[in-house]
Design a protein around this ligand. Structure first.
Ligand code: GSH
Length: 217
């Protein structure tokens, strides 16, 4: 019996956008298949066109429907699974969460380029450019804004929402490169690393054997 959804992802170790789609799908509780295609390989080039019009991952297949792009997948899941409350309940909080998610989705290029995600890597020492450091400072500002609106620990708006899945791959970089400086970032990172789904993803990433040289620092 085919499962209702199939998520096509890249390497768990490297593919931050795959993680951003996998997490909200996981949080809905729905059953789904994963097709993992290792990136930067001949296999990726041969197979990706079968799934993805952009030749990128993630892609969600929902019956006949194909949804490419992590944010579009997240929005679709939020609509289909309203009980999962994938956006904050409060409309103002929702607007801010969407603004930050969109900013993450379309920006922070220097940080993304200079501090690539590698879930299994630790203690990396990288000197970021001024632009990358500005991007990292922006992440700290986001945390301050969210905690200002909704004081507390753990998920930014009291329960897991899409803003968390947008930020979690950044927090995993904080872990890899020792970038969590403020108490807010340290506390949030602690919550991220304790999340059962994040842990599962990281454990599976550890078992992957592929190495993408240009993603290593
Ligand atoms: N805006 C897209 C970005 C997708 C993306 O850049 N995916 C990367 C992996 S994290 C990819 O497919 N890289 C493979 C390639 O470019 O060959 C999204 O949010 O889903």
């Amino acid at each position: 019996m085919p499962k209702p959804f199939t998520l096509v992802i890249g390497n768990r170790n490297y593919s931050s956008w795959s993680l951003r789609a996998w997490l909200p799908l996981r949080k809905t509780g729905v059953d789904f298949d994963v097709v993992r295609i290792p990136m930067d390989t001949d296999e990726f080039q041969q197979r990706i066109g079968e799934y993805s019009p952009t030749r990128r991952v993630p892609v969600l297949q929902a019956g006949d429907l194909t949804i490419w792009d992590s944010l579009a997948i997240s929005e679709y899941l939020a609509e289909q699974f309203s009980e999962a409350r994938l956006w904050p309940d409060n409309p103002s909080h929702r607007a801010i969460a969407r603004s930050i998610s969109a900013e993450m989705h379309s920006g922070l290029m220097a940080m993304r380029d200079e501090f690539p995600m590698s879930c299994r890597a630790r203690d990396r020492q990288v000197q970021g450019s001024p632009q990358a450091m500005q991007d990292l400072a922006r992440v700290e500002q986001w945390l301050e804004v969210c905690r200002g609106l909704k004081p507390g620990n753990g998920a930014l708006f009291g329960h897991f929402t899409i803003i968390d899945s947008m930020l979690i791959p950044v927090l995993l970089r904080f872990h890899t490169y020792g970038l969590a400086k403020s108490d807010l970032a340290k506390e949030y990172l602690e919550w991220v690393l304790a999340d059962a789904d994040v842990r599962e993803w990281m454990e599976l990433a550890e078992k992957e054997t592929e190495v993408i040289e240009h993603e290593e620092r």
